[in-house]
Design a protein around this ligand. Structure first.
Ligand SMILES: [Zn+2]
Length: 326
């Protein structure tokens, strides 16, 4: 994807778009296709293989690892003419599991299944997203977001009865009141606030040490995206924002968001923090170059592959200007 002449490095963007929705509820048509490939996910971590250039760990439908899986298969769509499914094997209990590591912001541990060769492992998608092909990363992110949704929507929101998997995983249906429930995507605005040669970055409590990123927040019901940008910046820093410009979007499966990236033109510069942020500060373009290069004494850049990294990179390379905000 090209953005204003700059190259996007955002993960989960592009590369795969054949969701083949008509096949979700048509098992007979699916059976006519070549044998499907299945990507197992364990507690939100996709199976990956290889070193350096990492690929998603697509398995044949009868692979023994899938014996641990829930019976339902998520139909992701078609890629290279082959149906792509995902299976949730979260009930598998690896030996020597470290619950503390799993709860961290980035779990760097890798989990190996005894029925797979050593190059296969379940790994945090944040750690592997930029090493996979765009297609594999997008498919893995979709599966992760969908399994998150199924896990947190097991009961009918209308009547409270347990609901059932339907339509290749793209619906849940209530056997009691017949309500149909569809997967959610939660819109999040993320904005690089600009003032002349400076950009505003902030950090939340609990983030990796020194990491700063663009401000972000959930869009509320009844709100335009532009209003959400202005409200979030004002709430978190008391800075007022004038013109707002949409740049690009990125699916972000933690747990099921759609990041909507903007530039925003500041009308004030004094910062008053609220409880959501631990710190916020203005940095010059020259400082941002150091941050992105890993050479800043105090600050670390947002993770590569995240849209915040892209926004910062585009600004540093001259593709986004404060006066572009419209
Ligand atoms: Zn119901």
């Amino acid at each position: 994807m090209q953005m204003f002449g700059g190259r996007s490095e955002s993960a989960f963007v592009g590369g795969w778009d054949d969701r083949a929705g008509a096949l979700r509820s048509d098992p007979e048509a699916l059976a006519q296709l070549a044998p499907a490939l299945t990507l197992p996910l364990w507690r939100g971590r996709p199976l990956v293989q290889g070193e350096g250039g990492i690929a998603a760990g697509w398995l044949a439908a009868d692979h023994p690892v899938l014996a641990h899986a829930r019976p339902e298969r998520l139909f992701l769509g078609l890629h290279q003419g082959v149906a792509r499914l995902a299976a949730d094997i979260s009930s598998w209990e690896p030996q020597g599991l470290d619950p503390a590591a799993m709860a961290m912001f980035l779990d760097v541990a890798e989990y190996r299944h005894p029925a797979l060769a050593a190059e296969f492992r379940f790994a945090d998608l944040r750690a592997t997203m930029t090493q996979m092909s765009a297609q594999d990363a997008a498919l893995a992110a979709t599966a992760r977001a969908m399994f998150n949704w199924h896990r947190s929507h097991r009961f009918c929101a209308a009547c409270g009865q347990g609901s059932a998997w339907a339509d290749g995983g793209w619906q849940r249906q209530c056997p009691a009141c017949k309500a149909r429930h569809f997967p959610r995507t939660d819109p999040v605005v993320i904005m690089l606030v600009l003032s002349g040669n400076r950009a505003l970055l902030g950090r939340s409590p609990g983030w990796p040490e020194g990491m700063y990123s663009a401000l972000a927040g959930f869009v509320e019901p009844g709100e335009t995206l532009e209003a959400a940008v202005r409200r979030e910046v004002a709430e978190e820093t008391a800075i007022t924002v004038g013109r707002v410009r949409y740049i690009a979007s990125q699916p972000w499966p933690w747990p099921g968001s759609l990041m909507l990236g903007f530039t925003a033109e500041a009308q004030s510069e004094a910062i008053t923090l609220d409880a959501e942020l631990e710190d916020a500060r203005w940095i010059t373009r020259e400082e941002a170059v150091e941050v992105l290069a890993g050479q800043h004494p105090l600050m670390r850049a947002p993770r590569r592959g995240a849209i915040a990294h892209d926004l910062l990179n585009l600004w540093v390379s001259g593709h986004l200007q404060a006066h572009d905000a419209a």
